[in-house]
Design a binder for this molecule. Structure first.
Ligand code: CA
Length: 219
């Protein structure tokens, strides 16, 4: 899943970036409103974490511009604990949820997961196919009842596929979900992770659609 982090504070930004990357999200970080605007216009995101107080163009205006052109990516706004009126303005402008600063990082991650789940329309986030069970909220995976540990990149490849069973994602689409601007990407990276996933989860789960991409069957 690919996230846009909009945060002008260097220290807070670095902390959040580390936490999100540790949770296997591909993250692009921008530090002002104009760059945020450029980013969401040029790249599809699964979620935008938007600080409202930004230099240049404030977060509320960025959000309004997104919604004006029906850019529907889930937006999680970040506001100071005492700034109730900012939260109200943000929600009214089309934000999906808010988090309070200073962040509780556990809560931030839970809200990110919840919003992404909601955006994919999966109130029951358990995927099952042929003995493979995947809990996307907790990232627990079992095969025939036996827990399996996935690497962070393997999870990053698997997650967008199980978010839309039956839909085919091209290699380029998967790369977009797995790698941010700052990542070096080997040309066969996705194949390598798919190969690793098949070894752990069996060959029936991730299917190759020749010349098009990859998919997992509907549960
Ligand atoms: Ca700020």
């Amino acid at each position: 899943m690919r996230l846009l982090l909009v945060e002008d504070d260097q220290m807070i930004g670095e902390t959040v970036l580390d936490v999100l990357r540790a949770e296997h999200y591909a993250v692009d970080w921008v530090k002002d409103g104009v760059s945020a605007e450029f980013a969401w216009r040029s790249q599809a995101y699964d979620l935008v974490l938007l600080d409202l107080g930004l230099p240049g163009r404030d977060g509320l205006q960025v959000l309004k511009n997104m919604r004006d052109v029906r850019q529907r990516a889930p937006v999680l706004i970040a506001t100071a604990r005492d700034a109730v009126e900012h939260r109200i303005a943000g929600l009214d402008a089309g934000a999906d949820d808010y988090v309070l600063k200073p962040y509780d990082l556990g809560e931030l991650l839970a809200r990110v997961r919840a919003l992404i789940r909601r955006a994919h329309g999966r109130p029951e986030p358990v995927y099952e196919h042929d003995g493979v069970v995947i809990h996307s909220a907790t990232r627990e995976v079992t095969v025939a009842g036996v827990p399996v540990t996935l690497s962070s990149r393997e999870w990053a490849v698997l997650e967008p596929l199980i978010a839309r069973p039956g839909a085919v994602l091209s290699r380029a689409q998967l790369e977009e979900k797995v790698f941010g601007w700052d990542d070096e990407v080997a040309s066969n990276a996705v194949e390598v992770y798919v190969h690793g996933l098949r070894k752990k989860l069996g060959t029936g789960l991730i299917q190759n659609v020749r010349g098009v991409g990859y998919m997992v069957p509907r549960a």
